[in-house]
Design a protein around this ligand. Structure first.
Ligand code: AHG
Ligand code: MN
Ligand code: MN
Length: 340
């Protein structure tokens, strides 16, 4: 695919529509809606320091974590935008216990896609003016069009995703997405409200020097991860590596994709299945990472091969530059896999 740099996201979507295997305008309309919702959320995130929007909303989400106001706002904005435009038949969100069925205005919804979303990722960073993000994952439904969606439509392995992406609300706002033909990044010009293709064909460097992990949990990590961290810190060849951890999966992976690096959120004795959610955090990030030439694993197997069992399932996650992920898997492989 020849990519030109001065293109807008709108132009890019139209030009690359035919590349998409099902070649319907439906997916393009869907990405367009995400782009629109992202602008609204971006505006609100940018205002966070100015208005009384930061802080707890006083509710606890289905994960048992405190919900902050912008989580609620982002969740509602994405759901409303996708529902009103009737371009998907179902939505699952980190902030909703059950999936949402979109019936359509006259009870008939012929749309073929479901969206799974982490509306605001890295939410503990909001009130300290540090980058947050949105993650989305798109599948074709497996049940017949025109009928209400079922759990089966959402519980598909990551390798069946037709598109995935993230929005990063950082020093600039970007949308980075894939439809299975590489990864492209678009930066918002806030003065015009237009996203421009700024990062065509994003590629994970094969190797890197950055490792990103919450080392505060070190004592609770599996032995293989402890060994890998010691390997990263050893003075040998091009090591020790640099440690960088923002605490926002989107931002940490985005940086590593550009500079080369590995992101790790292992299972711990406190969270024996890991912390991150498979369906709307790990799968979309894994799809992007692989499309950019990197790898994503739970330490023993490819993330995209995992057969999901529940909507809010968690998994250990190791993703980034291929050589680094292979090395981490090597250390994990020295020990038997715990049951979790
Ligand atoms: P969310 O804000 O959607 O709950 O996700 C936070 C996730 C992820 O983005 C981040 O990398 C990780 O949790 C940070 O966890 P720790 O604070 O335990 O390191
Ligand atoms: Mn998250
Ligand atoms: Mn979230």
């Amino acid at each position: 695919m020849a990519v030109q740099k001065n293109k807008t996201l709108g132009e890019f979507i139209i030009e690359n529509q035919s590349e998409f295997q099902y070649s319907s305008g439906e997916l393009s309309r869907l990405i367009n809606s995400i782009r629109l919702a992202a602008k609204v959320v971006n505006h609100e995130v940018n205002k966070a320091g100015l208005v009384d929007i930061i802080g707890q909303a006083g509710e606890v989400n289905v994960q048992g974590e405190d919900q902050q106001k912008l989580d609620v706002f982002a969740n509602e904005t994405f759901i409303k935008t996708l529902t009103n435009r009737e371009i998907v038949c179902g939505i699952a969100s980190e902030e909703e216990e059950d999936f949402i069925t979109i019936q359509g205005r006259n009870g008939q919804n012929e749309n073929k896609y479901v969206v799974l979303i982490d509306p605001l990722d890295g939410s503990s960073n909001i009130d300290v003016n540090v980058s947050v993000g949105t993650i989305f994952s798109i599948y074709r439904r497996v049940t017949p069009a025109g009928t209400p969606v079922t759990l089966e439509d959402f519980l598909q392995p990551g390798k069946r995703q037709v598109a995935a992406g993230y929005i990063i609300y950082g020093t600039s706002t970007m949308i980075v997405y894939t439809t299975g033909h590489g990864v492209n990044g678009f930066t918002l010009n806030p003065a015009l409200g237009t996203y421009y293709l700024s990062h065509p064909n994003m590629c994970f460097p094969k190797d890197g020097k950055i490792y990103s992990v919450n080392e505060g949990n070190y004592v609770h990590f599996p032995q293989g991860i402890k060994d890998y961290i010691k390997y990263c810190q050893k003075e040998e060849d091009d090591r020790p590596y640099t440690s960088r951890y923002i605490g926002s999966l989107v931002s940490d992976v985005h940086r590593n994709m550009i500079k080369g690096g590995i992101y790790i959120y292992p299972n711990t004795s406190k969270d024996p299945k890991g912390k991150l959610r498979l369906l709307y955090e790990c799968n979309p990030m894994a799809f992007l990472i692989e499309q950019a030439g990197g790898q994503a694993s739970d330490g023993y197997r490819r993330i995209l091969d995992i057969e999901p069992k529940t909507l809010h399932q968690r998994t250990p996650f190791i993703g980034g530059s291929a050589t680094m992920v292979e090395k981490a898997e090597y250390f994990m492989g020295l020990y038997p896999q715990s049951e979790g």
